[in-house]
Design a protein around this ligand. Structure first.
Ligand code: KG4
Ligand code: ZN
Length: 337
């Protein structure tokens, strides 16, 4: 089955074509980062308009690259939520309309299921069951995964998502948008000093997270510092260590609690080098998608959609994106038909 995947939940337009027989055939991404950088963050209305401009040209590029025609597509998968409503509307409308015109099924994909399944696109794909750490700009989730659509949320952030904490701290330190990767780059130039940030909520039982306090800790440290470039790098280092160590402690706890032997990490913050290095030290097997499949992309949506479409999942032809959508409400794949 050949499936076109569309991702437009935030500030990246992603399009990909996945074949259930031969794998990923094409994958294109257009990032709106340069446009939003001027405003220091994503401007939702501008994001929607840019998705409108870029989506169809990217679809054409993908189809041309594979040497196929639109008529060879067997289905279309698009991100239906969670995300920015206007941005989601673009992917849902284009995806549904193309499918309607071609007379093929279209499927609404949960953005976080896309992230969660992204490690499956790699050669050393994990087998079920596993614990998933999903860390993006909007979510921090620890999920027990027994199969596709069989998700139990073990823990989540009670305030800022990890990516959000990276972005806000970066902004506070005067780094350019998008802050997460910039802060990570700066942390590489920093060193361990006597600046110590807390590891929030690790001394309490349970698997929830809280990251908003770290942002305040970073601000206070910056105000007390000499204000030099070296001091800034050391604060970035201390912040990243605190985040990474907190995530590692909770991942370890989730693995012990479930008794599962595999951990996967996905979502934008999964691209963080220090996080990948630290979680790689755990005793259990750890799987990451390549960095480009950690951040938003069309491939993960094409893949997640292809599995569900191939299993015969069916939906009415309505365009109804869900800006808020619980991962636990998804149908297990075996019952999807
Ligand atoms: O998954 P994603 O591309 O979009 C959402 O679904 O939110 O994640 C984006 C988030 C942003 O907060 C970005 O700053 C963060 O992931 N991020 C990083 C790194 N690369 C992206 N955070 C820390 N280190 C990185 N290398
Ligand atoms: Zn995402």
């Amino acid at each position: 089955m050949i499936v076109l995947g569309i991702e437009s939940s935030c500030d990246e337009t992603g399009v990909a074509i996945y074949d259930t027989e031969s794998g990923l055939l094409a994958d294109k991404l257009y990032s709106q980062v340069a446009m939003h950088a001027e405003y220091g963050g994503v401007v939702p209305e501008l994001a929607s308009r840019d998705h409108i401009r870029k989506l169809l040209p990217l679809v054409r590029e993908c189809v041309t690259e594979t040497g196929l025609t639109m008529h060879k597509l067997d289905g279309i998968a698009y991100t239906s939520g969670p995300g920015l409503i206007g941005a989601l509307m673009v992917g849902a409308s284009v995806g549904r309309s193309l499918a309607w015109g071609l007379g093929i099924p279209a499927l609404a994909v949960h953005h976080m299921e896309g992230h969660l399944l992204a490690p499956m696109l790699e050669d050393d794909a994990p087998e079920f069951p596993f614990v998933a750490l999903l860390v993006s700009g909007g979510h921090t989730l620890l999920v027990e995964v027994k199969g596709i659509g069989e998700y139990v949320i073990l823990g989540e952030s009670v305030d800022d998502a990890v990516g959000e904490a990276f972005d806000k701290t970066a902004k506070m330190l005067g780094l350019s948008y998008p802050g997460g990767p910039e802060l990570a780059k700066l942390a590489e130039q920093g060193k361990a000093t006597d600046i110590k940030f807390p590891r929030p909520m690790v001394n309490r039982p349970g698997l929830d997270f809280s990251f908003s306090g770290l942002k305040t800790a970073a601000l206070l440290a910056w105000q007390k510092s000499a204000g030099t470039a070296a001091a800034k790098a050391d604060i970035a280092y201390a912040f990243q260590e605190a985040v990474v160590e907190t995530l590692a402690i909770k991942c370890d706890r989730a693995l012990k609690q479930t008794g599962f032997k595999r951990l996967i990490i996905a979502g934008g913050v999964g691209a963080n080098k220090r996080l990948r290095e630290r979680l790689g030290e755990l005793d259990e097997e750890v799987f990451f998608p390549r960095q480009a499949f950690c951040t938003d992309n069309g491939a993960m949506i094409a893949y997640a959609g292809a599995l569900r479409l191939a299993a015969g999942q069916f939906e009415p032809a309505t365009i109804s994106p869900q800006p808020r959508w619980s991962l636990e409400s998804l149908t297990p794949l075996a019952q999807a038909v």
